[in-house]
Design a protein around this ligand. Sequence first.
Ligand code: GLV
Ligand code: MN
Ligand code: MN
Length: 412
Amino acid sequence: MQINIDEARIVADLEKLATFSDTESPVITRVVYSESDQKARAWLKEECKASGLIVREDPLGNLFARWHGSDAAAGAVGTGSHIDAIPHSGRFDGTVGVLGALESIRALQRSGFQPRRSIELLAFISEEPTRFGIGCLGSRMLCGGLSPEKAAALKDRQEVPLDAVRNAAHFSGPLETVKLPAGYYSSFVELHIEQGPILERENIALGIVTSIAAPAALRILIEGEGGHAGAVLMPARRDAFLGAAEIALAVEAAAKGTGVIDTVGTCGLVEVFPGLANSIPNKVKLELDIRDSELARRDAVLREISQACEQIAVRRKLEITSTTLNADAPASCGPEVIDALEKACAEEKIAYQKMVSRAYHDSLFMSRIAPTAMLFIPCKNGVSHRPDEYAAPRDLANGAIVLARAMATLAS
Ligand code: GLV
Ligand code: MN
Ligand code: MN
């Protein structure tokens, strides 16, 4: 089967999507349910419809665009990723897995391929934790990994409940209906930029992901006593920020302490109250991100951080409370999807290497309901979550053609 990818179309589509942003291109800010996000979705829906796909959205805002196969009763082949973007990021994270996959579908249509199983493109809602503190909200709920009650209790950073936020973005209806019925997908495959340096460094065109590392996120509240930065003497202080600083260092020590390169810990969100140079911090909010390819090792790091918090609280006379936002298991990819990707690479004579994904993706959750794998393309200098994120047109096309062939195998 001859399949032709329109490389320029993917580039142009990514460029168009980048115009829906709260910051000027190349700096992308597209927080979920924001006006920019909604405009981007409206454009995406039109693109999907123009390609003959049947579009629907669930009450949370997951977007599905289906190419109906001849066997309506058979589970569908799913593909897709996300279009929300963290503040001050780039144009390729997630979007490649949506617009690249859309071009894969268009290429299959042009080739004359007729799918037996339906092929469905997904744009998952709220993959990034920016707004609700929890990653992969859409795929988490699709696979039943977050109950409707717990989801309804989520609040955004302005303390607005999820229901109010989604309703304002015109998504309504019971969250109970978001979970997909058993067998809905027969397989799932996600195209994504690597977000790391390996493929570029090794000069290998594609990565086939065999497992996804286990992420966890904690919110830690540290409460001390405020006061005048000049008048309160050092021995009398209960400075909440100093406790937070010690916690951040404890995170680094715990992650490095495993002696394994796969353990990573980040303290990327720090809010200091009242946030004034001449006022002693009385309260600090931290959010931590801890990941490892091995669940037991990740959980041991979480325990070590929790013990460090207890010691710091006693020594500095602070109140420290910790909430687990999520602590997810790692994912193993489905052999049949990996096989389909390997076969597609062989057909296209494109070199690949098998690899672990250290970033999390919606595939982490989709793997709970269907055999799932991911296809990585290189990104310049391994950079992601930054405006200088870049994937070359040739690499986008390589990803799209291998995805197209793999989907054809899986949908036949
Ligand atoms: C996804 O954006 C991640 O942080 O891995
Ligand atoms: Mn991301
Ligand atoms: Mn992503």
